[in-house]
Ligand binder design. Structure first.
Ligand SMILES: *Cc1c(COP(=O)(O)O)cnc(C)c1O
Length: 366
């Protein structure tokens, strides 16, 4: 019972029984459950993680003329959410060792037009998040967490996505909790929650200082059958997290000490969710190495999904981004092996064997 279609099948009776899809009872129940699970006051469901980021930025009053700081080491979805508001994305370089955003660079790029900072917890990692949150607070900026890959990750005992002003999550297939497509936002701030809920449904509901019908919004609603799916999967959050962490641990153990691969160990106060197993590739042409692994069946961010630092992405060149050399190097050297709930231990053995063999032959120049 791991894929969306399995879950859908199990849920068919529930979905058949749904009395009033327009009543949004499933989405409302999911919101209460998400808020309770994360210990926050408000959860707002939306149609995707990208929609969650866009809605969060709008709730924070981000618009044309504003700037938003985000790591160069991110996926294009984060960038797209910023540009969709009309604001200008400003890329921040990575900290030493590719561990989160560089605070000094973020500070240097903060101007009076900066409205928000978006840390992105790639591979479920939260390096430097607490320090960044403290910086954002000290200068009065919203911290909007892109926690799409960090469901269940914790740092200093606090859950990723609950540390900033708003946390954004995806329910797409492959994330820790999924409904095929979908997303949600978490916040303790009632006004931000009301603005997010209003924007999600064409501003048909009121928010403080912005009555119903006073603005334009979007339809970013999560469909009722998908909300039912997400509720079902949310009950298995702890099992899903335990399995991911176990898979990551097993893969690290099996790959062991392999020349050219350095485990990206979490900081002492970080407890990542095992979203991906993460190494730094210290081999020549690391991107080609990751591509070779992908061709050999080891799905990974760079080789399979062509992840590259956003400031180097062709679609971002019109933004005239400043160079972010540490982020570029960190992404190029990042081996984030995709883990899926249905991946068996036997398959993990096979993946580890492939990684070891390829690293060895790459190091020997073959
Ligand atoms: C998946 C993901 C998104 C986008 O989520 P969608 O639901 O696909 O729109 C954004 N940021 C990160 C880091 C992601 O992993």
């Amino acid at each position: 019972m791991n894929t969306t279609s399995d879950t859908l099948h199990a849920l068919k009776p529930t979905i058949d029984r749904m009395p009033d899809p327009a009543g949004r009872a499933e989405a409302a129940a999911l919101e209460s459950e998400l808020a309770a699970v994360h210990g926050v006051r408000h959860a707002i469901t939306v149609s995707s993680g990208t929609a969650a980021l866009h809605t969060a930025l709008i709730a924070c009053r981000t618009g044309p003329g504003d700037e938003v700081l985000l790591p160069a080491a991110t996926v294009i979805m984060t960038v797209a959410a910023v540009t969709a508001t009309g604001a200008h994305p400003v890329f921040v370089d990575a900290a030493a060792g590719g561990r989160g955003m560089d605070l000094a660079d973020a500070a240097a790029k903060t101007t009076e037009r900066t409205r928000a900072i978006i840390p992105v917890h790639l591979a479920g990692r939260t390096d430097g998040l607490v320090e960044l949150a403290a910086y954002a607070q000290s200068v009065g900026l919203h911290l909007v967490e892109d926690a799409c890959q960090a469901q269940g990750s914790r740092t200093r005992g606090r859950a990723a996505g609950t540390i900033g002003t708003i946390g954004c999550f995806s329910l797409k297939d492959g994330k820790i909790i999924s409904s095929g497509e979908g997303g949600y936002l978490l916040t303790d701030d009632a006004e931000l929650a009301a603005r997010a809920a209003a924007y999600r449904t064409h501003w048909l509901t009121p928010a403080p200082h912005a009555p119903a019908g006073s603005r334009l919004g979007m339809n970013y609603r999560l469909a009722e059958p998908l909300a039912a799916l997400a509720r079902h999967n949310l009950t298995r959050l702890n099992t899903a997290l335990a399995r991911r962490r176990e898979q990551a641990r097993l893969l690290y153990d099996l790959v062991g000490e392999t020349p050219g691969l350095a485990v990206h160990a979490p900081g002492p106060e970080d407890d990542p969710n095992g979203y991906s197993a993460l190494w730094r590739v210290d081999l020549d042409r690391p991107r080609d190495f990751s591509t070779r692994l992908a061709e050999d069946g080891v799905a990974n961010s760079v080789g399979t999904y062509r992840l590259r630092a956003a400031h180097q992405h062709p679609a971002c060149q019109y933004l005239n981004p400043a160079p972010c050399p540490r982020a570029a190097q960190a992404v190029d050297q990042m081996l984030a092996v995709t883990l899926q709930p249905q991946t068996t231990d036997t398959e993990l053995h096979h993946l580890a064997e492939t990684i070891r063999r390829e690293a060895k032959s790459w190091a020997e120049g073959r």
